[in-house]
Design a protein around this ligand. Structure first.
Ligand code: AMP
Ligand code: ZN
Length: 468
């Protein structure tokens, strides 16, 4: 399998630390708001990568953090506390906000068929681990105390900018207008490991530490949580490109200063989903969520399909026109897959040949568009239905498009058109009876339908019915 590695800026053959096993870490959401579909592009692509690794025979352990403390609205340690901002906005406590948006995140993930990582760990669970790592960094001389905060000293490293010349959009994060200089910092890029002196008097979550009551910086959580579950050597670390600087750069700085050796070998970064005005972001206020897509009548998996059509290393522009097209193509594709009859014999050797084709093509730096092309190739191929179905199921274990799964409606027994016409007529009569306040008639119509196995549910849009 080949992967582009942001550290070397090359597509490389993937070689894990331990044969057959992969330790993988994903920066999880900051749970102060819903995830927008840009965030979810990253999580879809990381999900495909995980599934592809499993498809290729690896035993994968994937860990994700939940940022429920310490992330300020500027990634450079300034601005408002994101969690506090969310809590104020909704007149709730920080923990209520964290719980609500963590649940909402995983509900969205489920709709997009994104597998929940093997380990999910909120930052607030790991305060002892953070304190321990910071103590070691202080002992080793990589950290210092200033103005009652603890900072990482980037001048102690031979090479802080490990990702090379970062001239892309992600560098913008560190140089946003709202970044005011922190005079406690010895060097411009130093960052906070532990805050005790906070400008937020009402900081909700605080813990005792050897340096006074306070709370952790954002970056320390990913180093600690990944090491807690994956040890000191990691294979793949994932995130969106905006995480490269300063977040991942700082994660590497502190992790390698702590362990004294190289930490993670491959860095997988997903490019942004943009709208007409640029990068989609939570701080912009209005942003697109999975629920909004659903309200507009889209199947969330049509959005997954939309993202799979493009390569993860290219920025992707979102528009409803483009989504409409993707949704129509996805529907047609599913219908073609669902129409295959499980006929003839299942040829395991052929399934294996097609499996290897997919592993080669998609395994070349997660080429999801090639994966879709291969699905069409299978549909066109001169193969028995039983074999086709097996191959498509195999491919879909990576693509996650539920190509052969019928939805609830599709599973429902077909309704006899004559019965449907009769029910519609009776429902109209019942509505009239209700309007005329003839509730006895309305009820008798309902009971009559019930006897025929028809259940009526009154909604704001009128009566809905189904067969019991
Ligand atoms: P956050 O919840 O803001 O910490 O972001 C969660 C994940 O989404 C991170 O991996 C980000 O790098 C990623 N991300 C943020 N904005 C976008 C975007 N517009 N397109 C794709 N990924 C994004
Ligand atoms: Zn992280």
């Amino acid at each position: 399998m080949k992967l582009y590695n942001s550290l070397t800026r090359k597509v490389e053959e993937f070689v894990p630390n331990e044969e057959g096993k992969v330790g993988m870490y994903t920066c999880g959401p900051t749970v102060y708001h819903y995830a927008h579909i840009g965030n979810l592009r990253s999580y879809i692509m990381e999900d495909v990568l995980e599934k592809l690794l499993r498809f290729s025979g690896y035993d994968v352990k994937r860990v994700m953090n939940i940022t429920d403390v310490g992330h300020l609205s500027s990634d450079a340690d300034t601005g408002e506390d994101k969690m506090l901002k969310g809590a104020k906005r909704e007149h709730k406590t920080v923990m209520e906000i964290a719980k609500f948006y963590t649940d909402a995140f995983f509900a969205d993930c489920a709709k997009l068929n994104i597998k929940t990582p093997d380990v999910v760990e909120p930052a607030t669970n790991c305060i002892d681990e953070f304190i321990h790592m910071i103590e070691v960094l202080l002992e080793k001389g990589y950290a210092y105390k200033a103005g009652e905060n603890i900072y990482f000293d980037t001048s102690k490293l031979d090479n802080y900018f490990v990702f090379g010349d970062q001239n892309e959009e992600e560098l913008m994060v560190g140089v946003r207008d709202d970044v005011s200089e922190d005079e406690n910092k010895r060097n411009k890029n130093d960052f906070v490991l532990w805050f005790t002196k906070s400008k937020f008097e009402d900081q909700a979550l605080k813990w005792d530490s050897p340096w006074g009551v306070g709370y952790p910086g954002w970056h320390i959580e990913c180093s600690c949580i990944s090491m807690k579950h994956l040890g000191e050597y990691m294979d793949i670390h994932c995130g969106g490109v905006d995480n490269i600087f300063p977040h991942h750069t700082n994660e590497i700085a502190q992790s390698e200063a702590f362990t004294g050796h190289k930490w993670c070998n491959y860095w997988f970064h997903v490019h942004h989903l943009n709208d007409e005005t640029g990068k989609m972001s939570k701080s912009k206020g209005e942003f697109l969520t999975v629920s909004l897509l659903e309200e507009k009548g889209y199947d969330p998996l049509a959005y997954r399909f939309f993202t799979l059509q493009s390569h993860y290393r290219k920025p992707l522009v979102f528009s409803f026109d483009a989504l409409d097209q993707a949704a129509a193509t996805y529907k047609k594709l599913r219908n073609r897959a669902l129409a295959i009859k499980a006929e003839g014999s299942l040829d395991d050797a052929l399934v294996k040949t097609w499996h290897d084709k997919f592993a080669d093509a998609v395994g070349n730096d997660v080429n999801t568009a090639m994966g879709l092309t291969l699905v069409y190739d299978v549909l066109k191929a001169d193969l028995d239905g039983a074999t086709k179905i097996a191959i498509i199921n195999d491919y879909d274990s990576v693509l996650g498009l539920k190509l052969l799964e019928k939805t609830e409606n599709e599973n429902a027994p077909a309704v006899d058109p004559e019965l449907a016409a009769y029910v519609e007529e009776m429902i109209a009569k019942r509505a009239e009876a209700k309007k005329a306040k003839d509730f006895a008639l309305a009820d008798s119509i309902r009971d009559e339908l019930k006897e025929k196995g028809v259940v009526i549910k009154d909604t704001r849009e009128g009566a809905r019915w189904n067969l019991a």
